[in-house]
Ligand binder design. Structure first.
Ligand code: TA6
Length: 299
């Protein structure tokens, strides 16, 4: 994006001492600072990258080797997976096609003491060549003492369409081996590491190797027990009946060019999804919202 465009965006949406748009290697990034939190959001993919509530340590994780480049997803924060979660059909991008596209900044305003940022993307000839539907997709980020993300799918066409999707959130933890995820006890899951075999979660999710699970039929709030940092991170959700928990562990992490080998120790994904059989069909003219609300608490 050119400096001129950045200047135009700042003229239209900049908020003195609260919101500034900067150019990070041609990726426009919103830099936000409010009394409640600091955050950054990339306009490419409407990807929340960082969120640090006042008085807390950073809650989201971004790789120190992350690449900011037009058309490439940033490793970390909250990638938006849409209109499918996971591997697409042959020749189509994993996790859909919106996370590497430029979204438009539609609004950035105060609503009382909450800062609300709205970003959107619509279908075009390129997207229809990949997925032949008309849509308007909006990410509404509401920042106060919590971080609320609402991904709103609108069917602007004349045929119903079915999607899977995820807010693929990377959380920062002090030490993955001293971390537990609670809220999924007795929930069935598909274990991607075991060729999607079905299993049932007993107790909290703990980590001792590559972990990649789609928990199904669950609307639960998940809690990341970040023992190494004496805190917990709470992920409440709506419009979602599946949750993915993922840590790539040593070998997978070593295979990512945009992740330093040891960084697997300081992150865990707890993803708010409509995945596996949890599909969503949106009728013409209708909309559907996937919502995650994140908060941090000192233990
Ligand atoms: O959400 C977990 C997962 O689907 C893993 O299976 C792994 O493929 C990961 O996402 C990859 O994420 P990426 O951002 O590299 O496409």
């Amino acid at each position: 994006m050119t400096q001129q465009n950045i200047a135009v965006l700042n003229d239209r949406f900049g908020l003195t001492s609260t919101l500034e748009i900067i150019d990070r290697n041609s990726v426009p990034v919103l830099r936000i600072s409010t009394p409640d939190a600091r955050a950054t959001i990339a306009l490419q993919g409407a990807q929340v990258l960082e969120w640090q509530p006042a008085g807390h340590q950073p809650v989201l994780w971004v790789s120190r080797a992350a690449v900011y480049q037009s058309g490439k997803g940033v490793r970390g924060g909250v990638p938006v997976c849409w209109p499918w979660f996971g591997a697409g059909e042959t020749g189509k991008p994993a996790h859909g096609f919106v996370r590497t596209r430029m979204w438009e900044l539609r609004a950035a305003d105060w609503h009382g003491d909450l800062l609300v940022v709205r970003m959107g993307i619509k279908d075009d000839a390129e997207t229809r060549a990949i997925w032949d539907h008309a849509f308007d997709l909006e990410m509404v980020v509401t920042m106060g003492e919590t971080l609320v993300m609402e991904l709103v799918t609108r069917n602007t066409g004349d045929r119903p369409f079915t999607i899977t999707q995820a807010l693929h959130t990377y959380f920062r933890v002090g030490d993955i081996e001293n971390t537990r995820v609670m809220g999924l006890e007795n929930v069935e899951y598909l274990d991607k590491v075991q060729n999607f075999a079905r299993a049932t979660q007993h107790g909290a999710v703990v980590f001792g190797g590559e972990t990649d699970r789609v928990y199904v039929n669950t609307t639960s709030t998940c809690v990341i027990d970040d023992n190494a940092r004496d805190r917990s991170i709470h992920i409440a959700k709506a419009g979602s009946h599946s949750t993915v928990v993922w840590n790539p562990w040593i070998d997978k992490a070593a295979g990512f060019s945009d992740m330093q080998p040891e960084e697997y120790r300081e992150m865990v994904c707890v993803e708010t999804c409509n995945a596996a059989d949890d599909t969503v069909t949106v009728a013409p003219g209708e909309s559907y919202t996937l919502r995650a609300e994140i908060s941090a608490r000192a233990d």
